[in-house]
Design a protein around this ligand. Structure first.
Ligand code: FAD
Length: 325
């Protein structure tokens, strides 16, 4: 049965994030021939209509208030609520990102609808929409479906492939006027200070070079950064490295840090505690470098290198430089 699907675009610094295209792919599956609408908040939405239509949007709703250029819980909640009241969707999808994680539960509570978070797959099985999500810190997966009513799901970035761009597609675009009185937005964002280095965004990175307590100091991250630069990768870290003040907590991957699913995860001097694995064990290929052959990280690694990271990492950097020259 065809469904009305609504996707909330994830926009950061005026740029559309890939997870929105992944939501469109899942939304197209869920719609079963119905309409896929994307809501874009902020003044740059018009620039994104073409791309969104190429990747599966049938309709783009633009809420262009400049108050929405910067995420605030109140602003996004009110705009999202207005969009839902207009579209009346049966399925709502957002990225499992800082934005989606913050606004989605509020929307689910406000509309009293079912919600499933951090999904890694969305399938149609015997006419029923089935959402897959990890449980027990990524040790197992559960499949969920809802008997009735609207469902809201947040999708983990880098798991559901976006569709091939179809440049022959075009979507209708419509502006939706939403009244956002200044006193209804209780948060005032004065300045945005980026904590992580200005490199690749961790949660959407295709390649991550990650360091643990084994790097031994802040300077110990330098060879990892050099490897990351050659690979166009992001640098991540274990909590051990963050706790030891070798790097900022913005880099932490794991149960209480970021959850990542890159194509390649290179773990350097990380023991492989369950809380770290919770954030990276779904990476497509895992390479572990550790001088302890018994380290738990090797149990999830596709390739293991037993050795000193300060010898191995520079060697990898040199080899990749030659390969990628
Ligand atoms: P260690 O366990 O100290 O491991 C360092 C590794 O480096 C060792 O395996 C060692 O053999 C290797 N090594 C040392 N020198 C070298 C060298 N020269 N070359 C190669 N290898 C070397 N952790 C997270 O990462 N993310 C989380 O989100 C997280 N959340 C947590 C939540 C809770 C509630 C709790 C209780 C813990 C959490 N932790 C988390 C902490 C976690 O349990 C571990 O303590 C942490 O992951 C260990 O970090 P590490 O692997 O860098 O350090």
């Amino acid at each position: 049965m065809s469904k009305n699907v609504l996707v909330l675009a994830d926009v950061r610094d005026g740029e559309l994030r890939n997870v929105t295209l992944e939501c469109l792919a899942a939304g197209t599956t869920a719609a079963e021939g119905g309409t896929v609408t994307v809501a874009v908040f902020g003044s740059k939405g018009n620039d994104m209509v073409e791309k969104l239509s190429h990747y599966g949007a049938d309709q783009v709703l633009l809420v262009t208030n400049s108050e929405l250029d910067q995420y605030t819980t109140d602003g996004y909640f009110q705009a999202f609520k207005a969009v839902i009241e207009k579209v009346n969707p049966e399925v709502i999808l957002t990225g499992h990102t800082a934005v989606g994680r913050d606004v989605s539960p509020r929307i689910a509570a406000r509309f009293d609808i079912g919600m499933v978070s951090d999904c890694t797959a969305v399938d149609l099985t015997e006419g029923r929409l089935v959402f897959t999500r990890p449980i027990y810190a990524g040790k197992a997966f559960v499949k969920k479906s809802f008997k009735e009513g609207t469902v809201l799901a947040t999708l983990r970035p880098n798991n559901i492939p976006a569709m091939e761009a179809d440049t022959s597609r075009s979507a209708t675009a419509e502006e939706l006027s939403v009244d956002l009185p200044a006193d209804s937005i209780r948060t005032l964002v004065k300045e945005l200070v980026r904590k992580a280095s200005d490199g690749v965004d961790l949660s959407e990175a295709r390649v991550i070079v990650s360091g643990g307590r084994g790097v031994k100091s802040a300077d110990g991250f330098k060879p990892l950064q050099e490897l990351a630069d050659v690979l166009g990768a992001a640098v991540g870290a274990s909590r051990g490295a963050c706790d030891a003040e070798y790097c900022d907590y913005a880099l932490q991957i794991g149960q209480t840090g970021k959850v990542v699913t890159p194509d390649l995860y290179i773990a350097c001097g990380i023991s492989g505690a369950i809380q770290h694995l919770a954030g990276m064990s779904n990476s497509k290929v895992i390479v572990a470098i550790n001088k302890d052959p018994e380290a738990s990280i090797f149990s999830v690694a596709d390739y293991g290198i037993v050795g000193d990271l300060f010898e191995v990492v520079p060697m990898l950097t040199e080899e990749f430089k030659k390969l990628l020259a």
